[in-house]
Ligand binder design. Sequence first.
Ligand code: OOB
Length: 543
Amino acid sequence: MDNGRCESWQAEQEQRYEHEGYRLPHTLGGLLREWTDRFGDAPALIDGALRLSYADMDRKVDRLAAGFVRLGLRAGDRVLVQLPNSAAFAICTFALFRLGAWPIMAMPAHREKDIAALCSLAEPAAYVIPRRFLGFDYLSMAKTIQKGQPSLKHILVDGEAGSSGLPLEQIEESPRDLLGPNPSDTALLLLSGGTTGAPKLIPRTHSDYAYNAIASAQLCGLSSESVYLAALPVGHNFPLACPGILGTLSVGGRVVMAKTPSSEESFALIGQEGVTMTALVPPLVSLWLEARKWDHSDLSSLRLLQVGGSRLAPELARQITPALGCRLQQVFGMAEGLLCYTRLDDPQEVILNTQGRPLCPADEVRLVDAHGLSVASGETGELQVRGPYTIRGYYRAPEHNKRTFTVDGFYQSGDLVRQTADGNYVVEGRVKEQINRAGEKIAAAEIERPLAEHPGIESCVVVPVPDERLGERTCAVIISRDRTPTLQDLQYHLAGQGMPRYKQPDQVLEVPAWPLTTVGKVDKQRLIALARTAFGEAAPASI
Ligand code: OOB
């Protein structure tokens, strides 16, 4: 921030957060040590046959952190982490925390284009991958990416590395004393859903992320008896710290890693490990409920299912407790910070129909109209937020930051939200042009640009269409040249450019001309309406 006014409110706020106890004096690496002192031999991580106690984990983290130092990694270096749900993910992440290097939380589903863009933005010194996962060869992708990224010195592999990578296990060595970071330093970079197609990285500090996880654990009533199933990809904020892995470890509970969120794998783990809590996005809730019709696995240990990431239809919400025998908690969160939760003791109607209210009493939420003015109570407006764990800017994005944060430091979320009379929030839609497909946020522009290069396309706009199972699916609306390309043509074209399947359009709709707004812009709302009429909610896409 560059003017005196901003600096003064920032300093004032910092004081307030400090005074009210929201600035925890901890680093995440330091916290693991404290938790180990308290819970030592209790089980912390379960990954298939591998079971690690807090003490085992702490020891491994120390050894790996020492290995990272030997490789030349230093505090403030970025390390791209693209590991599936595993003990290796947790150990690697905490080793980086302890050292003060910043993990960039990539998802296993990211492919060459996404990873290369992250590398160009953040210039990581190392890239941590599995050798293979779900049939995909990460090592050969990493090697290709490394050729174009001079900063990327090390490819570290969880498992067999062949000749071109270094196995994570091999770099572990005797622990050494580390200076370590400060609580107010950046701890990690989360990925944002993004609005423009270019990736955005979200710097979260040790202190703010510790608060995020610990306060969430308290709100969710976690204890040393809690067993958390990490079913969603663990690099995402939701399973990582809301309260997720970090929150569970903060109270001496145990974390069970699922390789995929399939009902088959998760139901089996719930029964075997006595899982008490997990988190899902709404499309997975549909799949689990479907499976529950014939799968009578013992889920009796499950007490709480958190659902968030995209809109949960009340009809779906209503089926959860009867089918799975657990309570529901709705979570409306964002990697940028703000977390809203329904509370465990809220009335049923609140839990089924709202996305709850902020985690922290110091979270300041305002709902504004297109001119930035507060809307009347009960009206829908764009949610803006400022608070102790909400960021003040993205990493290396000065121009975007000017557009996305107000001068008084509020993050403009792009979410259209209303507040109910009892103070809970309901998400009604988005200002941002983004498709939320099964919880994955895809910027329309990210698809539009490569799609427009197809020889059969004159111009194109990508819009979301409501989908019963995915929340939203992607429809490419096109004006074609001579011959209309088929959906398969377009998917083939995009796959050829390295775009993963989940980002490719699910449907194509041809129009003769663009509908225009009064100022002559393409009217996306009209296109969304057209696509809805053409396809409705009936034709589900495959994930
Ligand atoms: C979570 O985080 P992100 O960063 O992947 O996505 C944030 C966006 C929000 O701005 C909103 O548009 C949407 O996802 N969203 C929801 C929602 N929760 C998130 N839309 C409707 N209903 C909900 N319950 O998605 C995230 C982070 C932490 C916890 C849970 C979700």
